[in-house]
Design a protein around this ligand. Structure first.
Ligand SMILES: Cc1ncc(COP(=O)(O)O)c(C=O)c1O
Length: 378
């Protein structure tokens, strides 16, 4: 059997400094391996209820929280299908690859999808949002909090209230920030806040979660052709009896409970957010010391994933491979940004000392690569 998390040279488990999937803590791995009852049993209902209550605390909300057996893109599609009717326009703000993806999900579902983009590396600004919204009427607005491809964090506390003032529903893709950055759903009146669990929640991939507002659920009742698997109303009905409409990934829900319990009761939300902030700052400090420019606009850098410009002209794929042999995985730039940028994920259970340890090794690898290049150019 292949052990994917095994580093051959050192004989130790691989440490993932990726923007997801990320390192899964042992407590979750143990929970996943435990026996389960069926998804129509009382034992499951108890689990489901605990998980939903935990999600509400994590998101500072009283809204319904759904657990869906899919990745985040599934809930992105659910938002489009449940909230946007045929004769309405949906506005998709895009600041990178995942904003583009949501827009494409809109198009692929035959919706009247309008995209409004900024240059990759930049954040959405209130003036820009106001300008776009003042030009047309949109029923639903879709945006990322954290754009994982560019390492930019949108100022959602400034933007979301503006969108609400224009009367649109707001869906926030918090895939790479939920449980790493504070997002107060009720305070901001976010209608749907979604994420998959393989990022800051540090679970293996295969499950996604969201909060859905009363207003969004009322709207759903009026939208036709919502599809079957992702219909919010069937999730709502089943949520009332602490179940899901179809067979969920039960072991992962057990893992989710373990993580939520740890986050809420052991680490504490504020401490978790502060830790992610420190990880982000430390990575940016390292980048500055290495004369690596950030790809993300200043003051809008993500605290869960750092995207650096390849200002040192290193072969990023080679750097990633060399680091892999030392037991760590970071990531090349996303899609068209490959080799122009590279990314270091610092989310989930990564501690400052883990980051320091990896950065030290990465510094040496970069020095070696630069030296090799110098010698070649002689
Ligand atoms: C911001 C963002 N949105 C959506 C997705 C898609 O997530 P999934 O692969 O869980 O569907 C990702 C994945 O990296 C992401 O980072």
């Amino acid at each position: 059997m292949i052990d994917y998390h095994f580093n051959k040279e050192k004989g130790c488990p691989l440490k993932l400094f990726t923007p997801g999937p990320i390192q899964v803590p042992d407590r979750v791995l143990e929970a996943l391996a435990r026996p389960n009852d069926t998804h129509r049993s009382e034992a499951y209902e108890e689990m489901h209820q605990i998980a939903v209550e935990g999600l509400k605390k994590l998101l500072y909300t009283e809204n319904e929280c759904f657990i869906m057996t899919c990745s985040a893109t599934g809930i992105m599609e659910a938002c489009v299908r449940n909230l946007l009717d045929k004769d309405e326009k949906g506005l998709f703000f895009s600041i990178g690859a995942f904003g583009d993806r949501w827009y494409n999900v809109g198009l692929d579902n035959g919706k009247n999808a309008i995209k409004s983009s900024v240059e990759w590396g930049m954040a959405l600004k209130p003036e820009f949002v106001k300008e776009i919204l003042s030009k047309d009427k949109y029923s639903v607005v879709f945006l990322q909090s954290n754009e994982t491809s560019t390492g930019v964090y949108n100022p959602i506390y400034e933007i979301v209230p503006i969108i609400k003032d224009y009367g649109a529903l707001v869906c926030v893709d918090a895939t790479s920030s939920m449980a790493g950055v504070k997002i107060e759903v009720d305070k901001l009146e976010i209608d749907v806040c979604l994420a998959s669990v393989q990022k800051c929640l540090a679970l293996p991939p295969g499950l996604a979660v969201c909060s859905v507002s009363e207003k969004a659920l009322e709207k759903t009742k009026t939208v036709k052709n919502r599809g079957h698997y992702f219909d919010f109303l069937t999730y709502l009905k089943k949520n009332k009896s602490h179940q899901t409409p179809n067979t969920p990934s039960i072991p992962q829900i057990r893992g989710l409970i373990v993580q939520l319990d740890y986050i809420l009761k052991e680490e504490g939300l504020e401490k978790r957010f502060e830790r992610h902030e420190r990880l982000g700052k430390r990575t940016r400090m390292w980048a500055r010391d290495m004369a690596l420019e950030m790809f993300s606009e200043r003051n809008y850098e993500s605290n869960t994933v750092s995207t650096m410009k390849n200002t040192l002209q290193i072969e990023c794929a080679e750097m990633v491979q060399k680091l892999l042999l030392k037991g760590y995985r970071i990531t090349n730039g996303y899609g068209p940004l490959a080799n122009k940028t590279f990314r270091i994920g610092h989310m989930g259970e990564i501690q400052l000392k883990d980051l320091e340890e990896m950065l030290k090794v990465l510094t040496d690898i970069i020095a070696d690569l630069r030296l090799e290049k110098l010698n070649q150019n002689k």
